[in-house]
Design a protein around this ligand. Structure first.
Ligand SMILES: Cc1c2[nH]c(c1CCC(=O)O)Cc1[nH]c(c(CCC(=O)O)c1C)Cc1[nH]c(c(CCC(=O)O)c1C)Cc1[nH]c(c(C)c1CCC(=O)O)C2
Length: 364
């Protein structure tokens, strides 16, 4: 497969609620899916994953297909998200890392200086061929449910590589950024190339939309985000638009605690901006309008606090109704959580929430 392989997105899904909303249209109901919907909150996930390490599972097409489809079958969500991980392309390219249960990604030899950056391998499309194969299986398995591909954005990937694992303060990452901007930009340029290669493979294999996770970008000031991160993220979004040509795949951009960065993340090239629970969607839409980053009305995704799912039916429905109301202030709304499903979440609460969002938002 080459980077310029033709895109096989399924055009017959253009009228599905998720794709209509992502393109700024008016869907028959507000579409809903959940970040981390495929994973530990589902007993059927734990059963099929038993005995298979996370990253190995991500490179086993039949397993990826099954795990990706599980939440669609169980909850009736309006989109599937590929079962994978943001560090998968780094692992596939040959970087020594593992995902440790209860901790997250752990890197064997953290990247701390110019020599380490020079040694970083690049990703060849063949190295993630099993992911392309999984996408191919899924386009058959999912029927009329769109498949969202994804990747991690350069800042969040850099944080794992530089810190060596999850970090609260990202101090080594920020130290590199401010003390050695040249090395920093070289690192982010390499990571952007890897991310773009990974997303192009997914696009060519048939995903219907992509989400770029810059989960930890909210740790940055707007000034630092613009200078040290945004140009690299923009290159990914622009590169993807070139690959897919004509009507590009909808591109979603998400981070946690990014209330101050929403306009900048949008103007990096996203069609849909993910919002965590800290900023109401009407305020988020207003910030996006004021930033001048979108030509038309902004489309937002979010933003129920995942912890509210533990608060009982009444609270979940009250909060969901508020979010649907606030979402109407935007040009489009895709219902989601403000971050991923927490592992102890009762799956039945998610299924009921999907039903509730659909019935509350149905247009007659
Ligand atoms: C930061 C980040 C990571 N991975 C991801 C992000 C960005 C999204 C976010 O902000 O949450 C993205 C991701 N990771 C996973 C998905 C699958 C699709 C989905 O359902 O959303 C997605 C979209 C599966 C996974 N990725 C991981 C699991 C759990 C592994 C397991 O089940 O053994 C799953 C289902 C592992 C992982 N991978 C990572 C973490 C922090 C963890 C959790 C570690 C732990 O607490 O055990 C890195």
């Amino acid at each position: 497969m080459t980077n310029s392989a033709p895109v096989s997105a399924r055009r017959d899904l253009d009228d599905t609620p998720f794709l209509v909303a992502a393109r700024g249209g008016t869907p028959e109901h507000t579409p809903v899916w959940f970040m981390r919907q495929a994973g530990r909150s589902l007993p059927e996930y734990r059963r099929v994953r038993e005995g298979t390490p996370m990253l190995q599972a991500c490179l086993t097409p039949e397993l990826v297909c099954e795990i990706t489809a599980q939440p669609v079958r169980r909850h009736g969500v309006d989109a599937a998200i590929l079962f994978s991980d943001i560090v998968l392309p780094l692992y596939a390219s040959g970087i020594g890392l593992d995902i440790v249960a209860g901790t997250g990604p752990v890197v064997a030899e953290p990247v701390r200086g110019a020599d380490d950056v020079d040694r970083l391998p690049s990703l060849e499309p063949e190295q993630v061929a099993p992911v392309a194969e999984a996408v191919g299986l899924l386009t058959g398995e999912l029927g009329r449910v769109p498949l969202i591909g994804f990747a991690g954005a350069p800042f969040t990937l850099a944080s794992y590589l530089v810190e060596g694992g999850p970090s609260r303060n990202h101090e080594r990452t920020k130290a590199l950024m401010h003390s050695d901007p040249h090395t920093w930009h070289t690192l982010l340029d390499k990571l952007a190339t890897t991310t773009l290669t990974f997303l192009r493979v997914q696009a060519a294999a048939g995903v219907d939309a992509v989400q770029l996770f810059d989960s930890w970008a909210g740790a940055l000031s707007l000034r630092d985000y613009r200078e040290f991160v945004q140009p690299h993220t923009r290159r990914i979004f622009e590169g993807l638009a070139e690959t897919t040509g004509g009507e590009a795949l909808p591109r979603v951009h998400f981070g946690v605690g990014t209330g101050e960065l929403l306009g900048a993340m949008s103007s990096a090239g996203a069609d849909v901006v993910g919002v965590d629970w800290r900023v109401p969607l009407d305020a988020a839409a207003q910030r996006l309008r004021e930033s001048g980053s979108v030509p038309g009305e902004p489309v937002v995704q979010g933003n129920l606090d995942p912890a509210v799912l533990f608060a009982g039916r009444e609270a979940v429905e009250r909060e969901a109704r508020r979010i649907l109301t606030e979402g109407r202030a935007a040009g489009g709304h895709i219902f989601n959580l403000g971050h991923g499903v927490l592992p102890d979440t009762d799956p039945d609460v998610l299924s009921r929430l999907v039903e509730f969002v659909h019935s509350e938002s149905a247009r007659s």
